[in-house]
Write a protein that binds this ligand. Sequence first.
Ligand code: ADP
Ligand code: MG
Length: 501
Amino acid sequence: MTAATFDLMDYDEVLEKYDPVMGLEVHVELSTNTKMFSASSANFGDEPNSNVDPVSLGLPGALPVVNAKGVEYAIKIGLALNCSIAESSRFARKNYFYPDQPKNYQISQYDEPIAYDGYLDVVLEDGTEWRVEVERAHMEEDTGKLTHLGGATGRIHGATASLVDCNRAGIPLIEIVTKPIEGAGARAPEVAKAYVAALRELVAALGVSDARMDQGSMRCDANLSLRPIGQKEFGTRTETKNINSLRSVEQAIHFEMQRQAAILADGGTIDMETRHYQESDGTTSKGRPKETAEDYRYFNDPDLPPVFAPAEWVEEIRATLPEMPWLRRARIQEEWGMKDEEMRDLVNAGALDLIIETAEHGASADEARSWWVSYLSGKANEAGVPLAELSITPEQVARIIALIGEGKLTTKLGRQAADGVIAGEGNVDKVIADRGLEVVRDDGAIEAAVDEALAANPDIVEKYRAGNTKVTGAIVGAVMKATKGKADPAQVNQLIAKKLA
Ligand code: ADP
Ligand code: MG
């Protein structure tokens, strides 16, 4: 398939003419042990069709049973999103045929979701707070997974055969739907990205999902429409489906703004349709025309009773909520005495959690911060990976910091130890042993090096004796060179002072 060409309007021009409106639907797979309506394992990555049962295969007569943990997790998410929790909610059947869905309907919630009317405050890169209002968070089940063979794109178009894996069918999902997000203007793509990032951080902190966008346990559908500046009614939206990275969420919105604007400005109309995002070039392509709710013939699932969430249970669950990520950040900022900008830099650099964890392994917050934001950030840049993906753990960094504190490594040797760990040479202690990085403690060897350096620099010795005791830098440098950086500078200084006293 050749890449489609698009007429795109220049982004600044889009903003002069149009006002973007977004709606984000995020699906989160819950990390329950079993499926939402049956006892099969909900594990990711198992042998295809090994986690199936009569319910998830839709066999005649099989009856679903609600997973209580799934409901509890849904309530947790609802509470964390400041939603009202429905005391009674219902499951409905969303009817449609697709080969990854053996029952021919998906169990979802329709007009009675478990959680509704909430919000999530997100912080943009420059520190601006943005409140995203949440319309609903409802429970449903995931579909199976199709693998299309023989085509160039991995999509069904052009495929010669398709494989069905029902392991994922019936895994609990929470779908979180925002109210229309208006007024973001130029920052619409950034708001979308920040919201999905905050949501991901939140569900991970709640411990209800591993929220791995790369593995599909969290996915985003991004709706976007444009309206002429000043118009009140919304324009027609497109829905870009199953976006699986934060950067792609941002790019998909950006692209749709430019694409739709070019069509509208040319007198055209936007088709209400789903679209696919192309990771490779940041464009979207036509999916299917969007059906309306009527098309799905929703009705209450007669196999499932209403879900009751009495207030006492909701309060019990509320009491188990962890410290919310943004409150934790505020607390740590205060503890560390940091300015807003400093904190934001750490967050934007993806360093905050790494620093916290390093400190939890015994390092001082200052040392931990300095390692992650300077040396290790530099290494991550060099390698072109996000800081968190650098192959060194906070625990290993804490170990290096501890060894420096004990005088067993110098900062320079510590960096070499980090290099070794990042290069995959093993843990800190193994790298130190293999590369021979410990500070030389052998007084004899260091003393000899000091003697040699003093003998080679009579002018410095003279200045020192004349009272200028700050001139020893060159001597220390020479000793460090002679010992290949393994001498302890403090010890070298002591020796120099002793010899010249
Ligand atoms: P669907 O079932 O079609 O996906 P949902 O109600 O689940 O519909 O989600 C639609 C999303 O799009 C919501 O977040 C909603 O706020 C948003 N939305 C609705 N109308 C528009 C529009 N005209 N432009 C942009 N977003 C919209
Ligand atoms: Mg939807």
